[in-house]
Design a protein around this ligand. Structure first.
Ligand code: FAD
Length: 353
């Protein structure tokens, strides 16, 4: 059976919920299809000690401030899950959990959304599937010869899983730095932190609040034809959240350059030096989850879908939300996604009326 609605939102993480808030305000008829059986998007899968890099009041979706978490300036991932679950209920958002969309196709005037449990016909589709389920691992010589454990950020839970082990953490972004610090602070793990270029910490007084402002200023400069300010990347890569500062200031982090290859029992640098390892944790980022859009044939040569704001250039009934700056300034953050969700939904409402 095929249901018909005005708008289908694919993904019920923070981006999908922000879209739902604005769709409700516009009075549109919609459904949110989410593959996860429970609310919270990717926050429910993050590691145990993860805390936001912004205080609660600067990590809110439209309409409802995130409550502060008692005793914590920077709330933990579990607090975000609770907030999103409450948000879903408070605004009575029609989220259908446990529903994975497999394909979106053109069907005359409609878009047909095919999921594992049924199909929906819609005038417009908002894709908000994030990147968590598409971890990226770089091609590094010898990766298949390593006999220890290899994990990605998405598989890391806690230092207790590595007690007494030698662990190489790869990645100079926030995930790599935070996981290296988490392991080092535990005291029972021998950590080697490896980065492609020397890690660049943001000044200690800069947290997620400033990141949103900087990303917005950059977008405005580019839109006005002024020169590129370089955005957040010009300031540094790593937000110095409190545990990270503690590890750094305690002299527990000794970043090394990227190794040249993996061996059976560890990693080897170009100068021939070698570190034995029981596990390698790849904190090497993510790619947008877009495979369900393949039938629309929108992907350019580098795998991206060209957009104007959130609207796909090759299919005006499709909007992409929350994937990164290419779908709106800071749109892959809690504080940033609300504005792009509002603009995208306004465009859709304009199209429908
Ligand atoms: P997700 O949270 O990934 O949600 C996507 C949803 O889509 C999921 O529920 C998934 O089940 C569903 N889905 C996927 N594919 C399908 C499909 N085919 N059919 C149906 N459903 C599907 N941001 C901040 O603002 N502050 C921070 O401190 C911060 N820290 C971060 C730390 C880490 C380690 C990471 C990785 C990110 C962090 N971010 C932070 C960035 C950002 O807030 C998250 O990446 C955010 O979860 C993205 O939200 P989303 O809704 O776009 O995607």
């Amino acid at each position: 059976m095929t249901d018909t609605v005005q708008v289908v939102v694919i993904g019920g993480g923070q981006a999908g919920l922000a879209a739902g808030y604005h769709l409700r305000r516009q009075g549109l008829d919609f459904v949110i299809l989410d593959a996860d059986p429970a609310p919270g998007g990717s926050w429910q899968h993050m590691w145990d000690s993860l805390h936001l890099f912004s205080p609660a009041e600067h990590s809110s979706l439209p309409g409802r401030l995130m409550p502060t978490q008692p005793g914590e300036t920077y709330p933990g991932a579990g607090h975000v899950v609770d907030y999103l679950a409450d948000y879903e209920k408070r605004y009575d958002l029609p989220v259908q959990h446990g529903t994975r969309v497999e394909a979106v196709r053109r069907d005359g005037d409609w878009l047909l959304v095919e999921a594992d449990v049924g199909a929906w016909r819609a005038w417009a589709v908002i894709s908000a599937t994030g990147s968590w389920s598409r971890p990226f691992l770089p091609a590094v010589p010898g990766r298949s010869s390593f006999t220890g454990r290899q994990l990605h950020t998405v598989n890391y839970r806690s230092p207790a899983d590595f007690a007494g082990q030698r662990v190489v953490v790869v990645g100079g972004g926030n995930s790599g730095a935070q996981i290296a610090a988490d392991l080092a602070l535990n005291g029972q793990v021998d950590v080697t932190w490896v980065t492609q270029r020397p890690p660049r910490f943001l000044p200690d007084d800069i947290d997620g609040r400033a990141l949103f402002d900087v990303a917005t200023a950059r977008r405005r400069a580019l839109d006005a034809g002024r020169s590129d300010t370089g955005g957040v990347a010009s300031l540094g890569d790593i937000v110095a959240v409190p545990p990270l500062r503690a590890a750094r200031d305690g002299g527990l982090l000794h970043p090394k350059p990227m190794f040249a290859q993996l061996t059976a029992d560890g990693v080897r640098w170009a100068d021939g030096s070698h570190a034995a390892a029981d596990a390698v944790i790849w904190c090497t980022g993510f790619r947008p989850v877009l495979s369900h859009l393949a039938p629309l044939n929108l992907r350019g040569p580098r795998g991206h879908i060209a957009t104007d704001g959130t609207r796909a250039l090759g299919e005006p009934r499709l909007h992409l939300l929350g994937y990164g700056d290419w779908t709106g300034p800071a749109s892959a953050t809690l504080i940033g996604v609300g504005r792009t969700a509002r603009d995208g939904v306004r465009e859709i409402a304009g199209l429908l009326t």
